[in-house]
Design a protein around this ligand. Structure first.
Ligand SMILES: Cc1cc2nc3c(=O)[nH]c(=O)nc-3n(C[C@H](O)[C@H](O)[C@H](O)COP(=O)(O)OP(=O)(O)OC[C@H]3O[C@@H](n4cnc5c(N)ncnc54)[C@H](O)[C@@H]3O)c2cc1C
Length: 432
């Protein structure tokens, strides 16, 4: 063994295992022993935090973006692994599979339902936030960036990723031209190795059903040197309803470089966000003035609710290479939201109910059969599956994935036949 490796291993023992190193047979101990063994052949050991470790809370909290999942009754992970190297990701997957502990993968921790850091059964968090390098190839107009880069690209891109350039270039996932993924056997694969089916599925099928994304390669797109932002603030008394009604009629047909989003809020919203609930919808028909007035009435009655409307259209109607299912026929997307800062179950129930009531009130104006939902706006209300059960997944599959679901399940069955990579809304394997 090289001297440098020995030095690293000593550091590993001192800094990352200051907790009681028991010989008990718990799954947690088996997992840590497995990682420890694996680290013997790794260039940099993983950083491992257990609840006994003084830095455990920091490691757990640092990328928790929704305090709704930060209560005394929220089950904490048995271990948080913060990767320092790709080999740690491989070892974490192999060891979790081997000892039979559930794995939750977290890049930016933005999941609205905390799926990347909460579970109902004993679990390990694989935190990708230290893998954040970016390599830009200006000549070829491409870039590789790791899953923890920027805002936490791992989940954002694999769930879609809309932004202000959506109508001109599509969603972020449409720009992906390669990916590095660790599969259930701990192998590092890329597009050439995985083939087009899995590569398609990673782009909006939710990568956490298939493996761990190490990095994405994307096409870079030109952005204008200057962007003109017009802000139009109108109250109902100032004719907001007419403007919004016209917006719903034309917004998906405007020139692609124009991005006109609408945000509706009442006093108290858009403050610092601690506790969150989000729900989503797609709209396929313009909304009349009468419809809009009914929506305003509900919002005023509910108080402290907000909505964000983002247009579709443009090139979104033309791209077909990725598994993003909300294309032609959609005018805009809705996010119903509440954000609050009061702790406790009463406040939580109050705001969850407000969001659900607002969502209910939107029923006449949004897609139906199925009532479509945006995967990146995770919403467990629309259905969950226990242990990735195929029958349970029927509830949410059409809403998130539409006609792509069966193909996604086929890909899943090939790459992860034992359904190791799973969560409340993952793609299940096909029934045998
Ligand atoms: C403040 C805020 C603003 C947002 N703005 C936008 C927006 O403008 N546009 C938009 O489209 N969405 C937006 N979202 C939604 C956001 O894109 C999704 O929550 C997305 O899933 C976040 O990805 P993440 O890696 O940060 O989250 P995480 O919580 O880390 O992960 C989300 C999901 O992806 C999985 N995952 C994470 N990393 C990996 C990986 N490396 N490999 C495999 N699976 C992985 C997780 O297991 C989980 O299922 C916003 C969310 C928040 C909280």
């Amino acid at each position: 063994m090289k001297a440098s490796t020995i030095a690293l291993l000593s550091l590993f023992s001192i800094f990352f295992f200051p907790v009681s190193w028991t010989t008990s047979n718990s799954v947690q101990d088996k997992f840590i022993k497995c990682l420890d063994k694996a680290s013997l052949s790794q260039p940099i050991p993983a950083e491992i935090y257990t609840p006994n470790n003084s830095s455990f809370a920091t490691a757990l909290q640092s990328y928790k973006r929704n305090r709704r999942f930060d209560t005394p009754t929220t089950l904490k992970p048995a271990v948080v692994v913060t990767d320092a190297h790709e080999s740690n990701v491989q070892a974490t997957v192999v060891c979790a599979k081997k000892v039979g502990i559930e794995l939750r993968i977290r890049s930016g921790g933005h999941d609205y339902e905390g799926v990347s850091y909460v579970s109902q059964v004993p679990f390990v968090i694989l935190d990708m936030s230290n893998l954040r390098s970016i390599e830009i190839d200006i000549e070829n107009g491409t870039a590789w960036f790791q899953a923890g880069a920027i805002l936490g690209a791992g989940g954002h891109i694999s769930g879609g990723g809309y932004g202000n350039l959506l109508r001109k270039y599509g969603v972020a996932t449409d720009q992906v031209i390669d990916a590095q993924i660790v599969d259930v056997r701990g192998r590092i694969l890329n597009r050439k190795i995985v083939g087009e089916n899995l590569f398609w599925a990673l782009r909006r099928g939710g990568a956490s059903s298939f493996g761990v994304i190490l990095s994405w390669k994307v096409k870079l797109v030109p952005v204008p040197a200057t962007v003109t932002v017009f802000k139009v603030n109108r109250t109902l008394e100032q004719g907001a309803t007419d403007i919004v009604a016209q917006w719903t009629q034309v917004v998906d047909k405007l020139p692609n470089h124009l991005e006109l989003r609408l945000r509706f809020y009442l006093k108290g919203q858009l403050s610092q966000e601690y506790f969150l609930k989000r729900k989503s919808d797609n709209v396929k028909e313009p909304i009349s003035n009468t419809g809009l007035e009914a929506i305003w009435k509900t919002m005023i009655e509910l108080e402290d609710v907000a909505m964000l409307w983002n247009p579709y259209g443009g090139v979104m109607n033309e791209i077909s290479e990725t598994a993003f299912p909300h294309r032609a026929g959609n005018i805009f997307k809705i996010q119903c939201s509440t954000s609050w800062m009061v702790e406790g179950i009463e406040a939580t129930n109050l705001y969850l109910n407000k969001t659900r009531k607002l969502f209910e009130a939107m029923t006449p104006y949004v897609s139906n059969n199925p009532r479509e939902a945006f995967l990146n706006y995770r919403d467990l209300d629309i259905g969950t599956s226990s242990n990735g059960n195929y029958e349970d997944a029927k509830v949410y599959r059409i809403k998130y994935f539409k006609g792509n679901f069966h193909r996604l399940a086929r890909v899943k069955t090939n790459i992860d036949p034992d359904n190791f990579f799973r969560n409340e809304q993952s793609i299940p394997t096909l029934p045998s």
